[in-house]
Design a protein around this ligand. Structure first.
Ligand code: AMP
Ligand code: ZN
Ligand code: ZN
Length: 416
């Protein structure tokens, strides 16, 4: 039953919206100011099937009162490319975060790496995409990000109103408490869009493998932090009006010290520069060494396939951007291309991602609950470029150009 005062409010809003639209005014703004917050949560490296292990009761509760889907990650199945896809609706070849490690012919001598603070926060790497928080801020909304890749850079001249420098040592509880504190801010500073990032599941997946007790314990700890958030929302009477979207960036495949392709056996250092190693190898031939590098890599290999950037399979939607390295080798799932000395330090059994996005082990998770969603709906597999237009719709803001589509999600949305 809808209390009369809410029904009246609904009528006034509807009336107000059509009146505004008739005068060409900001109907979008009115709609968004009426809605509750949207919280986007990333659990880095949370493979879709972890949700069925019975170890994440809070995520399961969200799925139970909302929707869930398996989600295809973008190529390459790495953290920075996929986090930027989730908030831009563009695949890496378009948004320009083409790998966790990359070069740009327009930025000679520079290399983007996660550990390089100056590069991670430099706008130039991010400016090919417009993340949701930039569009939301431009539409007059307040946004807050707790460690989303890209959120430490000023993009197109805009930053989230609230953001923090990445600190891997900040506990999951403290991250949740920061998000709740932002929601307690006075109305003028209170965010409508919030992003929250957890990395522990990915870290344990790498060290112990996706089928380890250690991974399960990490997933349970992150799930408890999500429970702390929903309880914090409930105690503030905000849970019923908040749309929560939980995603991951990619899955995790088991690797082994016995499944290594030694880099030293493939190419010689004078042929060029190695950028990424692991599930994929990216290689930039040195001047005058293109033929040697291609001869070494573009032949048949066991457990690995290499391509020129122009020849990558179409389903990867990858190879147009100037930052994509000239030569790209993808290992068979579960294998890694590594220098011998790095391989020797790898755990006997561990985990990695960066493999073929159509391998089931790379499948990411999507769970969403709140007033915009139906209850208890399992959707067919979605694509992670579809998350961005969904977020724009939840925030009632006009999306920037994107490659996603909400039609696959339509069946999970509540009727307006
Ligand atoms: P990867 O598994 O190599 O694709 O990347 C995952 C790692 O990225 C996690 O261990 C995070 O700690 C790290 N990471 C996430 N956000 C940031 C950031 N803003 N700056 C640097 N590293 C980050
Ligand atoms: Zn990741
Ligand atoms: Zn990882």
């Amino acid at each position: 039953m809808t209390p009369p005062v809410l029904r009246l409010l609904g009528f006034l809003l509807l009336f107000g919206l059509s009146a505004c639209a008739g005068h060409g005014m900001g109907s979008v703004q009115m709609a968004s100011s009426a809605a509750g917050p949207v919280i986007l949560i990333s659990v880095d490296g949370f493979r879709s099937d972890y949700l069925d292990r019975g170890i994440t009761p809070h995520m399961s509760a969200l799925a139970g009162r909302g929707v869930r889907a398996d989600m295809r990650a973008a190529f390459p199945t790495k953290t920075f490319p996929n986090h930027y896809t989730l908030v831009t609706g563009l695949r890496p070849d378009r948004h320009g975060l083409v790998d966790n490690v990359m070069q740009d012919p327009e930025l000679p001598g520079r290399v983007f790496r996660l550990g390089d603070r100056a590069e991670v926060t430099a706008p130039v790497w991010w400016n090919d995409g417009t993340p949701i928080w930039v569009s939301a801020e431009r539409a007059g909304l307040t946004t807050a990000t707790l460690f989303w890749p890209g959120s430490e850079a000023e993009i197109d001249g805009v930053r989230p109103t609230h953001w923090r420098t990445f600190d891997q040592t900040m506990s999951a509880e403290a991250r949740v408490d920061q998000v709740l504190a932002w929601l307690d801010a006075p109305a003028a500073e209170r965010p409508t869009f919030l992003a929250l990032y957890f990395d522990e599941v990915d870290t344990y997946g790498h060290h112990y493998g996706p089928d380890s007790a250690e991974l399960n314990a990490a997933a349970a700890r992150t799930d408890a932090a999500i429970g702390r958030l929903t309880e914090g929302l409930e105690s503030r009477n905000l849970l019923g009006q908040t749309n929560i979207v939980v995603v991951s960036d990619h899955g995790m495949a088991e690797t082994s010290r016995d499944r290594v392709i030694a880099l030293e056996d493939l190419v010689s250092p004078e042929d060029g520069q190695v950028l990424s190693t692991g599930p994929h190898l990216t290689f930039e031939p040195a001047e005058g060494r293109q033929a040697q590098a291609e001869a070494a890599l573009l032949r048949d290999h066991e457990h690995m396939t290499c391509w020129r950037k122009a020849d990558l399979p179409a389903r990867f939607a990858y190879g147009q951007h100037r930052r994509v390295a000239s030569l790209f080798c993808l290992a068979e799932t579960g294998w890694e291309i590594l220098p011998r000395e790095v391989a020797a330090r790898r755990p006997v059994v561990g985990g990695a991602h960066g493999f073929d996005p159509d391998d089931p082990t790379m499948t990411a998770v999507f769970v969403a609950a709140g007033p915009a969603f139906q209850s208890g709906v399992a959707l067919p597999r979605i694509d992670n470029v579809d998350v961005y237009p969904l977020l724009a719709r939840l925030l009632a803001i006009g999306p920037a150009p994107h490659q996603g589509n909400t039609s696959a999600l339509e069946a999970g949305l509540a009727q307006d």
